[in-house]
Design a protein around this ligand. Structure first.
Ligand code: PRP
Ligand code: GLN
Ligand code: MG
Length: 545
């Protein structure tokens, strides 16, 4: 999952970069590997700063001051294609036609065909393994076809409409055309989120516009009138006007339900559903299931303990429903980020221990019910169950707000290989055994869907592929799944900095590390010179201009 952001200030000479940076820090939970900002100055020049690392490590006052202009695009990255190499950090830039900057959240499934098309037909050079670079080049190629000296909104809609026919998969995108404006569009199934908001100062005065993956950015920056970009819709914002068009209105709208389970911030509202409320509902629904299973097993629990952070909202609701005390038995180190989206199994496991500490007094001689939002690889559950037992828990039962995850994700979550998933090929008792729990209780899929859908009944479908194995875009078959599985594990072997390498140690992936690792076969970003600059200088350099 990545976070995308676009900002257009009414003042051409304004400083968009610092606001984009603040916005990206609010989207940090969507991607911790790399981040970047590109702004456009008054003369139509782009200024760029991007690097591996978290927002707080990549940007400082000095680097932001080099990013001139009242319009810009930002990105936080969690890689799902290619590698976590610096060269694949976004936003991406192509100079032709018109000067385009591009940020993408999602994952494409017909990259092989797109690559062949871009090579053989469009004659466009692709420099990385990133699917987002392909997407940008399809867009650029379609714009090029207009053959115009200056383009208008109609041309852009035509280009995006063509892209929506060519490209398969999940994509929520924000783009910027030099000296023209910012653009957002969303795939026809609306799998990944993106919305828009406006800010008038004073109320009737000139307007600033924002595109963002999540509404929390709008709330925190004084924007209002949040509106989701509709599936298959494109919105173009220039200083003169806002223009929008449904380019593919007929596909099934199926936002990814995992956004509500885990990815999005609780204080965001996605497609009309408060993430917070949906998590409360997940807790309520799960409580009923827990009650049934405990009665059937003739078991009692003394205390409900959430697995911080994401499960807290649901766990509290569940505890209240069951009238069992809720206790914060695990204390979270606020300086350790999300472990699931860290690269490399070793790094993830180590960081669960660094992130969570069990307070013995809440566990000693108790039958504890640990509540988590999801069990994916089982990394977190294995570690925390052991921790609970180490500090004296008598019995450890685990309840998950999501059903067992047994299928690959191909739409922007890094779960390429079912073999990595702890529920794959296992029954519920076998999962309990694998993670060391006395019992595991899962939410059912209908209950999970109801937890979200009740707040917006117009949402008739969701992407639930990781639970059901049904892929809403079509085009995902056994051959494809085994191909991405092999490709990703080959990548892991071939490249340091790739998405799933066990050998990428925490130290190597330290925040702010933005150079290639020793001996690594890593593509170097085109617009950067590694050797002459220190990491800080690199991050501080306005690169494209
Ligand atoms: O079974 P796993 O592969 O471990 O994945 C699932 C766990 O990972 C996530 O936590 P994470 O630490 O990423 O973030 P959080 O602090 O938002 O809960 C999620 O909330 C689960 O706790
Ligand atoms: N998680 C995402 O949205 C990733 C975007 C894109 N597929 C990349 O790997 O950079
Ligand atoms: Mg968690």
């Amino acid at each position: 999952m990545c976070g995308i952001l676009g900002l257009l200030l009414h003042n051409f000479e304004g400083e968009a970069a610092s606001e984009i940076c603040e916005g990206l820090s609010l989207l940090q939970h969507r991607g911790q590997d790399a981040c970047g900002i590109v702004t456009c100055g008054a003369k139509g020049r782009f200024f760029q700063c991007k690097a591996n690392g978290m927002v707080r490590d990549v940007f400082d006052a000095k680097s932001l001051s080099t990013l001139s202009g009242g319009m810009g695009v930002g990105h936080v990255r969690y890689p799902t294609a290619g590698s976590s190499a610096y060269a694949e950090a976004q936003p991406f830039y192509v100079n032709s036609p018109y000067g385009i900057v591009f940020a993408h959240n999602g994952n494409l499934i017909n990259t092989r065909e797109l690559k062949a098309f871009l090579d053989a037909d469009a004659h466009r050079h692709i420099n990385t393994d990133s699917d987002s670079e392909l997407l940008l080049n399809v867009f650029a190629n379609n714009l090029q076809k207009t053959g115009k000296f200056r383009i208008n909104e109609e041309d852009i809609f035509t280009a995006i409409g063509g892209l929506m026919v060519q490209v398969k998969g999940a994509y929520a995108c924000v783009a910027m055309l030099a000296g023209f404006g910012i653009i957002a569009f969303r795939d026809p199934n609306g799998i990944r989120p993106v919305g828009m908001a406006a800010r008038r100062r004073p109320i009737t005065g000139p307007t600033d516009y924002l595109f963002s993956s999540e509404s929390v950015v709008a709330d925190a920056s004084g924007f209002s009138d949040w509106e989701d970009v509709k599936p298959g819709e494109a919105i173009i914002i220039t200083r003169e006007r806002v223009t929008r068009r449904h380019l593919m209105p007929s596909a099934t709208f199926a936002p990814d339900i995992f956004e509500y389970v885990y990815f999005a911030r609780p204080d965001s509202v996605l497609d009309g559903v408060s993430v917070y409320r949906s998590r409360m509902a997940m807790g309520e629904m799960l409580a009923e299931n827990v009650k049934r299973v405990l009665a059937a097993e003739n078991l009692e629990v003394d205390v409900v303990i959430p697995v911080p952070d994401t499960s807290r909202v649901a766990a509290l609701e569940l505890a209240q429903r069951l009238k069992i005390p809720y206790r914060e038995g695990f204390v979270k180190n606020r300086y350790v980020g999300r472990t699931f989206i860290m690269p490399g199994q070793q790094t993830r496991s180590k960081n669960v221990r660094k992130k969570l500490n069990a307070m013995a007094l809440e566990f000693v001689n108790k039958a504890v019910l640990l509540v988590d939002d999801s069990i994916v690889r089982g990394t977190t559950s294995k570690e925390i169950i052991q921790m609970a037992k180490d500090v004296g828990a008598k019995k450890v039962i685990v309840a998950s707000c999501a059903p067992p995850i047994r299928h690959s994700n191909v739409y922007g979550i890094d779960m390429p290989s079912p073999a990595e998933l702890v529920a794959y090929g296992r029954t519920t008792p076998e999962i309990a055994e694998a993670i060391g729990a006395d019992l595991v209780i899962f939410q059912t899929l209908p209950d999970l869907i109801a937890s979200v859908q009740q707040f917006n009944p117009s949402l008739k479908a969701f992407d639930c592929s990781v639970f059901s194995g049904e892929y809403v875009t079509g085009g995902v078959n056994e051959e494809y799944l085994s191909r991405i599985d092999t490709m990703r594990s080959e990548n892991a072997k071939r490249k340091v900095g790739s998405v799933v390498p066990d050998r990428v140690e925490a130290a190597e992936m330290a925040p702010g590390r933005n150079g290639p690792l020793n001996g690594a076969d890593e593509t170097i970003g085109l617009y950067n010179s590694w050797t002459a600059m220190s990491p800080n200088e690199r991050a501080n350099r306005a690169i494209v201009s």
